[in-house]
Design a protein around this ligand. Structure first.
Ligand SMILES: Nc1ncnc2c1ncn2[C@@H]1O[C@H](COP(=O)(O)OP(=O)(O)OP(=O)(O)O)[C@@H](O)[C@H]1O
Length: 289
């Protein structure tokens, strides 16, 4: 559905993408995970044909995304909102529907369908300037879906949105996946990627460091789950579980350390996360970048 081959992009001296090769399978939700500045927006711009590569190629359904017929197969919800604040939600949709070549009854039908899908029918006639950040993000998604794209690009769709809109957006992406839409989803929220994505690519400084199913990435790079225990005197102990049952490990630790540090006061099991994968691959924490 989407095929990137040795894709390169520079802005002057700055290399934004340094040779990215990636194939998205039809119907998969692919998470492109990387910190600010990793090159995620640049990659999206190249896929929708708004940027021109300096090297390599982008193929969408075996075509060039700069050709209008190919571009129409792609929906894009960009990170900077592409909406008119002074128009209502419905007027924004009508405007973009016109750009996609949707007219008459088909246009009205698609506008109603996407408004329902993102849960904004009740606010359709209000000016977008009065929307919350989360509602505007949902409308941004609605615009991207008007022409029923086969490939949907979502560039950080949940940044700065309230929890309710975030849940709505994530549920929307899940139903798009169920409907067979191929989704390329960029984020720096690893828990979202873990929840939604069939496969994840770790992008850092313009390079794809790893691509695999989330479970495989965790198994290969995130290490074991960890048991954290805190004792009555304040002593804290962390133990890598490595296949051991947490309660067995807790009993062993308690027997060994309680005589010196007093009773176990608190304990927790930390499951490995994509954050650990990022840390292992880059030596940096995703939160600190
Ligand atoms: N128009 C531009 N001119 C110059 N440099 C740019 C331009 N757009 C992006 N860059 C630089 O290219 C690199 C990749 O940027 P890009 O926006 O693709 O990253 P990103 O992963 O989407 O990050 P963010 O989430 O912060 O947008 C960054 O170093 C950025 O500063």
């Amino acid at each position: 559905m989407l095929e990137l081959t040795d894709l390169r992009k520079r802005y002057g001296e700055r290399e934004a993408l340094g040779g990215v090769t990636l194939r998205l399978r039809p119907g998969e939700v692919f998470g492109l995970l990387g910190p600010n500045g990793a090159g995620k927006s640049t990659l999206c711009g190249l896929v929708v044909g708004s940027l021109t590569p300096d090297g390599g190629s982008v193929r969408v359904a075996a075509g060039d995304p700069r050709e209008p017929a190919v571009r129409r197969r792609v929906g894009f919800a960009p990170q900077p909102l592409a909406l008119y604040a002074q128009l209502s939600g419905a007027e924004n949709l009508a405007f973009f529907a016109g750009l996609y070549g949707l007219h008459g009854a088909r246009r009205s039908e698609r506008i109603a369908a996407v408004l329902d899908f993102v849960g904004l029918r009740g606010r359709a006639d209000d000016r977008v300037g009065t929307y919350s950040g989360g509602m505007a993000r949902r409308l941004n998604l609605a615009v991207a879906l008007l022409h029923e794209p086969e490939l949907l690009l979502l560039d950080e769709p949940t940044v700065g949105v309230d929890p309710q809109s975030r849940d709505h957006l994530l549920a929307n992406i899940e139903s798009l996946r169920d409907a067979g839409v191929t989704v390329l989803y960029t984020t720096h929220y690893m828990e979202e990627a873990q929840r939604l994505c069939d496969r994840v690519g770790i992008l850092d400084r313009g390079r794809l460091l790893a691509v695999d199913a989330t479970a495989e990435l965790l198994a290969a790079h995130a290490g074991a789950a960890r048991l954290r225990v805190r004792f009555a005197d304040g002593h804290a102990h962390t133990h890598a579980l490595d296949g051991e049952a947490p309660l067995d490990a807790l009993r062993t630790l308690a027997a060994a350390l309680e005589p010196e540090h007093g009773a176990v006061e608190r304990f927790a099991v930390d499951q490995p996360s994509l954050e650990d994968v990022f840390l292992e691959l880059t030596g940096r924490s995703l939160r600190d970048t």
